[in-house]
Each structure stands twice: as C-alpha cells, then as structure tokens.
Design a protein around this ligand. Structure first.
Ligand code: FAD
Length: 461
C-alpha cells in the first residue's frame, strides 16, 4: 500500500470534525473490521465522519486523490463493500442521531444508526417502520437495498417508507431527494444501493406498532420437515398482512424450551410476529401448532424491540459467512425437497437455510415505482453459510453454491441485492430486472465516472 502524503492528510484533518484513521493509528484494525470475518481489507485511510459536511470533505478528498472509495453504514453487508483495499473508507457509523416527530409520524435517521438505535427511538412513541430482523444491521445499507422484516407484509419494504433523503453526490454536492424534489435521484436511491451518492439523513414514515407484539418460535423435529414445510407454504399464501411467519432450518442451539436430546440436531423452526391485536394473533397462529408434533415453542406477547433482537445471539459478528439467495413467488415441492436435502447435510453447526416471507404490502407497488423492483417476490430464500475457521471455507462455500444451484429452477426473476456476495457482480443486472437500464442512465447522470463502485455496482450507461 502506498501511504497517502502526510501533508494532504493534515490539510484534510484541519477542517474535519470526525476522526481520520491511518494504518499506523491505534484504532485501525477495529475501524476496518466489518461483520463478515471473511473480509479482511486494509484501506489507506478511514474517515470516520460526524457530520454531513465531513462526508462532503471525504468525498472531495477521495475524488481529488483518485482513491477507490468504500462507504460503511452498519458494516453488515455480506459482500464486504463497506471496506476497500488501499483506498478511502468513508465510515458513517459515528453519525447516530435519530429524531422522531411523533405527531407527524416521521423520523429523521442518520446513516450510522443500527436497527436497534432506530427501533428504540421510534418505539419510545409506540412507532416503528419495517426494518430487518437483526438489530445490529445498519439502517443505511438495509434501506438502500430494499429492506424487509417482520412489519413488511403490513407496511411494505423499508424503501416504501422512505419519505426523503439528504445525499452527497460524487461531485461533493449536497442534494435533497423526495417524490417532489430531485425525484429521479429519489427513485434510484430507493433500492439502488450505494450507487448514486452517500445518504447523510433518511426520513422515514412511521406506523403505530406494539409496543408489545405476539411473537416467538415453534420448533419441529427435522423428521417432520416435509409436512411442516408443505403446510408452511400453503398457510403463508393466504395469511393476513399483519402476520409474518418465516421458516428456518439449522442445528438446534441449546434453547431452554427445547428438550436436551434435540440440542445440536437439525430442526425446522417457524418464527412469527403478529403486528396487531395479540388476542386476534393468537387465533390466527393456532393452526401452526398443528403442522406437526413440535419439540417445543416459545411464543408470547413481548416488546417489539425485544423481538427485533431475538436473533442477535445467532448472528454475532466475527464468523465467516457466505450467502446465496433466490426470490420465489411460490414454494413448491421441488424447492421444499431441495431445502430438506441440503438442510440434512449442513456443513457446520452455524449454517442455516431460511425463508423470509414477504408478500402482502411488499407486492403492491408497481415494479417500476422505484429501483427496488422485485414486487413479485413472496419468499426470499437465504442460504446462510456460516462457520468459524478458514479451513472450513471450501466445504461450506461448496454446500451453499450447490444448494443455490439446486433451487434455481424453482426461483422467480430478480434477486435481493442486499444478500448478494462479493462474487455475484454478474447477478446485479438480473437482480434489478426491468429497471436496470433506467438505473444505468441515472448512474450516468449522477456518477458518470463510477466513483461509487464498491457496491452491487450499476455501470453508468
Ligand atoms: C445478520 C444479518 C441479518 C440481516 N437481516 C436482514 C433482514 O432481515 N432484512 C433485510 O432486508 N436485510 C437483512 N440483511 C442484509 C442487510 O440489509 C445488508 O447486509 C445491508 O447492506 C446492511 O447494511 P449496513 O449499513 O449494515 O451495511 P454496510 O456494509 O455498512 O453497507 C452496505 C453498502 O451499502 C452502501 N451504503 C451504506 N451506507 C450508505 C449510505 N449512507 N449512503 C450510501 N450508500 C451506503 C454501501 O455501498 C455499502 O457498501 C441482514 C444482514 C446480516 C449480516
């Protein structure tokens, strides 16, 4: 790595309110570390921004020195695009302010916020917007790629709830984007990933949620997988929008409500959340218990913020991760059989296969209403390869790829860009489907030199 000239860094530092971290700094290794331990890159400079003005300066510095630039929000992206080798990492994680206007049901959220930061601030007023299911994920990357979680069937994708955004463009210009101001940029931001600029402030629509929700898990023995999955597929096709039921299969962690002889064995679990009156939810979820003879369940009325953190323990940073993902409009027998076959040969006790059920409100916008265009997706399958040591890389990656190929014939068009790994650049155009050309034209307008290219990259037309 060629070190950057000290004089240029000193000049940068003079007006920068945040922190500049170089390879010799004490906090360097910590600052370049992201969620996926497979990614080990060494930027020449890390600009830990505190303000939008810092972001403008960082972008200008990167451009003036022709540096490769990466942008970090929550640092969760599996492809590792938040960090680059030899270039400038613009780290937004110190920008953590959330301002809720309970009357207008709107929130202004800075790009370093995690889902936990946002949920906590909004739930203080009994409000929330759809976000993901792991509270340490960044609001920024999740939203810019689409964003879905327990509330999405009722209230749509995270991008459907984005009202406006403040952006720093590749030229270092600050712009405001909404349906009425710079509407083309706003269209691209809502699903276009980090391709069009750095968002320094997101404005979201909020909804009344909880603060307590009926939620939890029912866990079935793997031997009943075929029946449970077939019933799950049928049930989820017609359930009301308020109800979300997801499926995951993995080796059982030692959860206290499971019999000891199930610990470490393959299981089929249903995870659910009802975003409405818990008594009504109880009636609706009753049939799930009849999908098989469960090992056990842990369902109750609990704070929405607690349910949002329920999976954090299984998704801690520091493990090696390789994901593959398909969208489905329907879960038919072929896909179900493939899930069972590959869940039967998990290469590590941390690997899992999950099916996130979206649909409902996520399917109601037109496919070209914004950059996120997979409006036909009702299920998002994630092959979640996860393991501890580099020695397991080959085996675990091969398992994920094989399973992905096996389920491909049953998948629909499009893919979720937030689940693409670093070796899937060729799937970006497929992921965007019919809106890709429009995105490429927009990229040419706002970033003709492809300055923002450490992302699921849309090439300027
Ligand atoms: C454990 C785990 C659970 C997940 N669960 C869900 C889920 O339930 N639902 C779901 O929808 N997704 C989920 N995801 C996927 C998640 O949406 C993506 O990984 C997302 O990219 C994470 O955003 P981040 O800010 O944390 O990531 P980062 O790695 O920091 O950022 C990802 C990319 O987004 C861009 N970016 C980030 N911030 C900005 C900004 N302010 N302006 C412009 N570009 C920016 C950059 O290109 C960056 O490379 C999950 C991921 C993990 C690891």
């Amino acid at each position: 790595m060629t070190p950057l000239p000290t004089a240029s860094i000193d000049q940068f530092k003079a007006q920068f309110r945040g922190e500049l971290v170089v390879p010799a700094s004490a906090g360097y290794d910590n600052a370049r570390q992201i969620w996926n331990a497979m990614i080990d890159r060494r930027p020449a400079l890390i600009a830990r921004c505190k303000t939008a003005a810092d972001v403008v300066q960082a972008v200008n510095f990167g451009r003036q020195h022709a540096l490769l630039v990466s942008v970090r929000g929550g640092g969760h992206n599996i492809a590792g695009n938040a960090v680059c080798d030899d270039g400038l990492m613009i780290d937004l994680s110190p920008m953590k302010n959330v301002k809720v206007d309970p009357k207008a049901r709107k929130a202004a959220v800075e790009p370093g916020c995690t889902l936990a930061d946002f949920d906590a601030a909004a739930q203080a007023h009994g409000l929330a917007t759809p976000l993901g299911i792991n509270s340490t994920t960044g609001v920024a990357g999740l939203t810019l790629g689409g964003g879905f979680g327990w509330l999405s069937r009722k209230h749509g994708m995270s991008v459907d709830n984005l009202v406006s955004a403040d952006v720093v463009t590749a030229e270092g210009r600050q712009m405001h984007a909404s349906e009425t101001e710079n509407a083309d940029l706003f269209w691209g931001l809502r699903g276009g990933g980090g391709n069009f600029g750095i968002v320094t402030r997101f404005e979201f629509q909020l909804h009344a949620v909880g603060p307590n929700v009926l939620s939890g898990l029912i866990v079935f023995p793997f031997a009943q997988a075929k029946t449970v999955l077939t019933r799950f597929a049928r049930f989820t096709e017609t359930m009301p929008d308020e109800l979300a039921v997801w499926m995951f299969t993995r080796k059982a962690p030692p959860l206290p409500f499971l019999p000891e002889n199930a610990h470490g064995k393959e299981i089929i679990a249903l995870a659910l959340c009802y975003a409405g009156d818990p008594a009504q939810g109880e009636k609706l979820i009753a049939p799930l218990r009849g999908f098989g003879t469960a090992h056990g369940e842990h369902i109750g009325v609990q704070p929405y913020t607690a349910w949002q953190q329920a999976f954090d323990g299984l998704l801690t940073p520091g493990a090696r991760n390789y994901w593959k993902s398909h969208n489905f409009t329907q879960l038919g027998e072929g896909a179900i059989d493939a899930i069972i076959q590959y869940a039967g040969k998990l290469p590590s006790p941390h690997c899992e296969i999950f099916v996130g059920t979206i649909g409902g409100c996520t399917t109601r916008a037109a496919p070209d209403a914004m950059a996120y265009s997979s409006r036909d997706a009702k299920y998002v399958l994630n092959v979640h390869g996860r393991w501890d040591s580099a020695a397991e890389d080959k085996r675990c990656i091969a398992w994920a790829r094989e399973f992905f190929a096996k389920t491909q014939p049953f998948a629909s068009g499009g893919a979720y860009i937030n689940f693409l790994t670093q070796d899937e650049a060729e799937r970006v155009e497929f992921a965007y489907g019919g809106v890709y050309q429009r995105l490429a034209a927009l990229k040419k307008k706002f970033d003709p030199t492809n300055f923002f290219r450490m992302n699921q990259n849309i090439k300027p037309a």
